[in-house]
Design a protein around this ligand. Structure first.
Ligand SMILES: C[S@@+](CC[C@H](N)C(=O)[O-])C[C@H]1O[C@@H](n2cnc3c(N)ncnc32)[C@H](O)[C@@H]1O
Length: 421
């Protein structure tokens, strides 16, 4: 792209199109792609932790409003070889930045460099900043760039000597829905909780339990999925302040999304935890998320959980101990595996808790069971291999999502399980 080339191409419909990158956590690429398809956006998995599509401003608004499992939506402004500072500076300066950003735009530059000749990230950021300043002065015909206006966060990412320049349309990461002010000691990101639900067989009408619910992230995200509530409706986005995103565009997208929300769930989700204080916080979070009528909260040890309903889904994130979550564990048994057979009281309590999980399978024999944990011996404790295992990250902690599928409902049991097909 050169100074004569617009940041976007003009298709016949007169709607500018943009190349967009949707970063997400490792392991969630296919879920994000499926989510985009669900809002009529065709995307491709372009790399690990990255889904891409081409779209209009309206599609950018829609993706920000609806994506539950992605981190943000970025405009890809350029991608080019940058083996030295001249290439980085000149190619960045040749981009028509003035077509994307108004004269008063604030444009801080962040950066990263991986396996590349240009190793000094601050020097790369400075070079890109200077190049954009030159381009903006050229495109706007001015020497004054006050940077007092809307925020356009620029990022320069150099991987194997190829620079990718992006501008963030999202602002605060998409996992910040706005409802969670109370969090437990080890809360899940909302994006990950949503992904756990989307990777399960649960859907509105089926029974669901989270027996280790903490601040309620999994049941709250499930209720919002079940009610088709757009996750971004209660928050703002960076590109809302951009002059080419009219109030009308945003209000149309928001009102269309709001109109698609469904009434309260017919089958309430059961969310329980042994800690009453944590559960109070979870209730408050559910009220702010608008799903308090969809979830029954109860202080209860997991060992007491039961249900008369058949073919439901137990989706949960049991405790996995601080040491497991904070790096290489000091716990080793004779087999050399960390995290099992440790001596401390915490270790033994954790082992006992996992060894009690088979009781849940016995009490809920027709249910599917899903566990996200960093505890390395869940399958041994349960006494059988999971039907499916996925590596997922809770922040920086590597976890596994163990999926145990329950039996398929027989035709006459289908209505009882919430299955209609
Ligand atoms: C990893 S946290 C769950 C975090 C939750 N997913 C969230 O997003 O906030 C595990 C939870 O299990 C609860 N817990 C620990 N032992 C329990 C037991 N025996 N029965 C039920 N809950 C228990 C803890 O109080 C804690 O809230």
């Amino acid at each position: 792209m050169t100074a004569d080339t617009p940041v976007s191409d003009q298709p016949p419909s007169d709607q500018p199109m943009f190349d967009l990158i949707v970063p997400c956590a490792f392991g969630l690429e296919a879920v994000v792609k499926r989510e985009l398809k669900g809002i009529d956006i065709e995307a491709t998995i372009s790399d690990t932790g990255r889904v891409s599509f081409r779209g209009t401003r309206e599609m950018i608004c829609r993706a920000n409003l609806w994506l539950r499992t992605a981190d943000r939506v970025l405009i890809q402004v350029g991608e080019f070889p940058a083996g030295d500072f001249d290439a980085l500076f000149e190619t960045t300066r040749n981009i028509a930045w003035g077509r994307l950003m108004p004269v008063d735009a604030a444009f801080p530059v962040t950066g990263r460099s991986i396996k590349s000749t240009l190793t000094s990230v601050p020097a790369c950021q400075r070079s890109v900043k200077r190049a954009i300043v030159d381009a903006m002065m050229r495109d706007h015909g001015t020497q004054q760039l006050p940077e007092t206006g809307p925020l356009y966060k620029v990022d320069v990412s150099i991987l194997k000597d190829v620079a990718t320049l992006t501008v963030d349309t999202t602002g605060r990461s998409l996992h910040r829905r706005g409802y969670r002010t109370h969090i437990s000691a080890a809360p899940l990101k909302e994006t990950l909780a949503s992904a756990m639900v989307m990777l399960s067989y649960w859907r509105s009408g089926k029974a669901m339990i989270d027996p280790f619910c903490g601040s309620g992230t999994i049941p709250i995200e499930a209720a919002r999925i079940g009610r088709n509530m757009a996750p971004g409706l209660d928050r703002e986005f960076a590109c809302q302040d951009w002059p080419d995103y009219s109030d009308e565009l945003w209000s149309d997208c928001r009102s269309t999304a709001a109109a698609q929300a469904l009434p309260a769930l017919e089958e309430k989700i059961l969310a329980s935890d042994i800690n009453g204080r944590v559960l109070t916080a979870a209730r408050d979070n559910a009220v702010r998320a608008g799903v308090q009528d969809d979830i029954h909260f109860q202080v209860m040890p997991a060992a007491e959980v039961s249900s008369k309903r058949q073919y439901g889904c137990l989706i949960t994130n049991p405790p996995y101990g601080q040491r497991i979550g904070s790096g290489p564990s000091s716990r080793h048994d004779d087999s050399g595996f960390p995290g099992y057979g440790g001596d401390s009281q915490e270790d033994q309590e954790l082992d006992a808790l996992y060894e009690s999980l088979p009781d849940l399978f016995e009490k809920l024999p027709t249910w599917s069971h899903y566990f996200l944990t960093a505890y390395p011996h869940l399958e041994r404790a349960i006494g059988r291999k999971a039907d499916r295992r996925r590596k997922l990250y809770n922040g920086r902690i590597e976890c596994t999502y163990y999926q145990y599928q329950g039996p398929k409902p027989t035709p006459q049991k289908r209505s009882q399980s919430g299955d209609s097909d």
